[in-house]
Write a protein that binds this ligand. Structure first.
Ligand SMILES: Cc1ncc(COP(=O)(O)O)c(C=O)c1O
Length: 402
């Protein structure tokens, strides 16, 4: 028999791009996780905004098991029923009328950017190839997406990078006006910057951005990898803003824990990608299709999105209560179940330390940079789990403020 695996094995065997927590989770149910020693943790991370229906949801498990008995993988030489069902559901629920499937958020953004470059070149000529993104943004870890993202620490080691990418200031339309022109083919933006610190775009900013894109015939891409699938209290965040993008990328919550990415587009753009211009091996596989379809089904049937606002209020009232006693946050911001607690100056740079203390106290949280504690729990997290998790988080906050 193999010996028990230990956290230190990670340091011996893995390429060290991560520094995972000291404990190893082995089981999850709802929003509770158990580690190898039987200690339980309340999960406010949702697997980084992924497990929208919590861990081990019985009906998602059933959907996966049913598909496992039939067809796992078939390759893109054939289509399959589960993925067609999912495509139909996404089209029926959004502005889009064509979908492309892949395996992650980065791949979805990579596809969207390639699509935009091709459409602009074919329609207007090869001068129209500039991409405009935003400082502090995050779009994934492929070479194109780290170059597009607004944090140089993710791209600086890997040059030469793809060219013709500029970065404007988020929520600053003057900065966009200075950089957008007839040579711009696409603007890519997160309606709420997630990794960058949980910063929502202003409605007026997104509206003016849409106008500028129309003026210069620029494709507007909304990266809804983190904000999608009900996280903000509507299926996609663009629905709050009343601003419709030309392309939307989705991943994370779409599979509820099973890897899948999707690019949603209007027909006139989508049809400029022809057979052979793009593809992948696993995208649109029947297992991912079956699970994601069930995620959308359950979210609708169980009215999961209707409960997001209430859960936002429960979490925020706990955070405010903690803050009234300890004064450790200078702002609590975010929408729905994408919440950021911004650390006060006196704790500047200590987000990771709080994260570690939190897990010692039995609650899992995320950070977004060095100064923001991020909460992205399952959309169906219970009141009891929130109360217990927040009591434990309050203990961690007391420890840090000592
Ligand atoms: C807004 C946004 N875009 C893209 C990505 C990349 O997604 P993935 O890690 O699935 O490649 C992330 C991941 O955190 C994200 O938050």
């Amino acid at each position: 028999m193999l010996r028990k695996f230990l956290r230190k094995d990670f340091d011996k065997w893995m390429i060290p791009v991560y520094n995972p927590a000291k404990f190893i989770p082995i089981r999850g149910e709802g929003s509770t996780i158990w580690d190898q020693n039987g200690k339980d943790y309340i999960d406010f991370t949702g697997g980084i905004a992924v497990n929208v229906l919590g861990h081990a949801h019985p009906l998602l498990k059933e959907a996966l098991e049913k598909q496992l008995d039939n067809l796992w993988h078939i390759g893109n030489g054939y289509t399959n029923e589960p993925i067609l069902k999912l495509a139909r559901k996404l089209i029926d629920s959004t502005f889009a009328d064509r979908v492309f499937f892949c395996n992650s958020g980065a791949e979805a953004n990579e596809t969207a950017l390639k699509l935009a470059r091709k459409v602009a070149k074919d329609k207007f000529g090869k001068h129209k190839n500039n991409i405009l993104s935003f400082k502090n943004s995050f779009h994934g870890r492929t070479l194109f997406t780290v170059a597009t993202g607004g944090k140089s620490e993710y791209s600086k080691h890997f040059g030469p990078l793809p060219k013709k990418i500029k970065h404007a200031l988020f929520n600053d339309i003057n900065s966009v006006s200075k950089l957008i022109n007839e040579n711009t083919c696409a603007v890519i933006i997160e309606p709420i910057q997630g990794e960058g610190g949980v910063i929502p775009a202003d409605i007026s900013f997104l509206k003016e951005l849409r106008n500028l894109c129309d003026k210069y015939r620029v494709i507007l891409i909304f990266d809804e990898v983190q904000t999608g699938i009900g996280r903000t209290g509507l299926l996609y965040a663009y629905m709050h803003y009343g601003v419709i993008p030309d392309i939307l990328t989705s991943a994370k919550g779409l599979g509820g824990g099973f890897p899948i990415g999707a690019v949603l587009a209007k027909k006139e753009l989508a049809l400029m990608m022809t057979v052979g211009t793009h593809g992948n091996t696993y995208g649109g596989n029947p297992l991912a299709g079956a699970v994601a379809s069930e995620v959308l089904e359950l979210i609708k049937k169980d009215k999961i999105i209707d409960g997001v606002k209430e859960r936002h209020m429960w979490i925020n009232s706990h955070l405010n209560k903690i803050n009234n006693g300890l004064h450790i946050f200078k702002e609590i911001r975010g929408v729905g179940l994408l919440i950021g607690a911004v650390l006060d100056e006196k704790l500047a740079g200590q987000a990771n330390k709080i994260n570690i203390l939190a897990s010692e106290c039995g609650v899992m949280v995320l950070v977004a940079g060095n100064n923001v504690i991020r909460f992205t729990p399952a959309l169906n997290i219970s009141k009891k789990e929130i109360d217990i998790g927040m009591e434990r988080f309050a203990k961690a906050c007391k420890l840090i403020s000592k």
